[in-house]
Design a protein around this ligand. Structure first.
Ligand SMILES: [Mg+2]
Length: 398
């Protein structure tokens, strides 16, 4: 996977977008300002000036990735201009609206690094006056609009936040360059059962219903749950049948359970959206799960997880179970990556997901569901649920 890389600088007026872009070009001449098309009066430096007719043409040909109006002018990010900018190097696009950032991420796929350049309102006022702007009040109004824009998009997370009133431009540029280089390490391998979906709740409900149907005692229910808590395959049911004297054959029990569980299981609240967020940020996502292919795939389809990931690695198909390194290797290879490039493994099982992931050379997050860490070398991070885990992974790789 050799995708094009670009930088999106978002921030209020006079937050240092031009200065930081110049510092980036000095650090590495491959970085260059993406010049938006501007139609309207005023400053022309840094823009490709266009006419209203040209603007209309861009719109009609579907070449507009994003456009916005400000200070009586229209600013456009166009597809051809962006193609040329990537051809020339690493484009640095300036944006003042989260909608614009989202449009670029969604409509022009590339390895974008999103950077929030922030400075307090007083800093914008001071800088704007200092550089002799005639329209300082308009710039302050735009600062207020930027704050409102951020407030209106609380769920949007930038890859990097830089305070330009405290960090000098050359250091800001260096942080951006390093963050961009680290993006090559973006790879999320994630466990399925009890990480993305609440398997335990579904198993518990299934066992309770089975017990009620068959008039079993509490001890039998407890034993079934214990045996099925991590894994429930044909061998599990053969064992339980012998131990508890269940009437159905192991095969009958297992097929009934598989079908009913797939229908009953649910993703944890917000898990699907969290996967979308990670993928939108340019991470390939692969499920790594121990289990049978048929039952796992039917659960993935039923819960909507299947269409939210780039690939799926199931132990039965791979011929290796976690914590075997081979299954992690296969998962990385399924999206064109190798374990040597680094990446993350996220899961709820300390031995299979955390120890296995670490021995495969990955950084790890353990999902505790409130349990204490069982001991031994700790993961890079302990999260109470998948939302916190994925949030950390996105931020932690910076
Ligand atoms: Mg699990």
């Amino acid at each position: 996977m050799n995708r094009q890389r670009g930088v999106i600088l978002y921030g209020p007026p006079a937050s240092g977008k031009d200065t930081v872009t110049r510092a980036l070009s000095e650090l590495d001449p491959a970085f260059g300002l993406f010049s938006r098309v501007k139609v309207g009066p005023g400053r022309s430096a840094g823009y490709r000036m266009g006419t209203p007719e040209q603007l209309q043409e861009l719109r009609e040909s579907g070449a507009v990735i994003y456009e916005n109006a400000r200070y009586d002018s229209t600013y456009v990010i166009d597809r051809l201009g962006m193609d040329a900018a990537f051809e020339a190097g690493v484009p640095v696009a300036h944006l003042g609206q989260v909608d614009g950032v989202r449009a670029l991420l969604n409509r022009y796929p590339a390895d974008w690094l999103t950077v929030l350049l922030w400075c307090p309102r007083e800093a914008t006022a001071g800088r704007s006056a200092g550089r002799g702007d005639a329209d300082t009040p308009a710039r302050l109004a735009a600062w207020d609009a930027t704050q409102e824009d951020l407030d209106a998009n609380p769920d949007f997370r930038f890859d990097l936040v830089i305070r330009t009133d405290t960090l000098p431009p050359n250091q800001a540029a260096d942080r951006i360059r390093r963050a961009l280089a680290q993006q090559d390490q973006r790879l999320l391998l994630v466990d399925f059962d009890d990480t993305l979906i609440d398997r335990l709740a579904a198993v518990t409900a299934w066992v309770a219903a089975y017990r009620a149907d068959h008039g079993l005692g509490a001890a039998a229910e407890h034993r079934m749950l214990e045996a099925m808590s991590v894994r429930a395959d044909l061998a599990t049911f053969a064992q339980l049948r012998t131990e508890l004297g269940l009437i159905e054959s192991a095969y009958e029990l297992w097929t009934r359970y598989s079908a009913e569980l797939a229908a009953a299981v649910r993703p944890f609240p917000g898990a699907l959206e969290a996967l979308d967020t990670v993928r939108t940020a340019g991470w390939p996502v692969v499920i790594v799960t121990n289990g049978g292919a048929e039952v796992q795939r039917s659960k993935m389809r039923a819960t909507g997880v299947a269409e939210r990931v780039d690939a799926v690695c199931i132990s039965e198909e791979v011929g290796a179970r976690k914590p075997d390194r081979l299954i992690f290797e296969t998962a990385a290879a399924s999206v064109g990556r190798s374990l040597a490039q680094g990446g993350w493994m996220v899961g709820d099982n300390a031995e299979l997901d955390v120890i296995g992931g670490r021995e495969a050379g990955l950084r790890t997050v353990w999902i505790s569901h409130g349990r204490p860490w069982p001991g031994g070398a700790e993961p890079d991070y302990i999260a109470r649920d998948v939302l916190h885990a994925l949030d950390y992974v996105r931020g932690g790789a910076r």
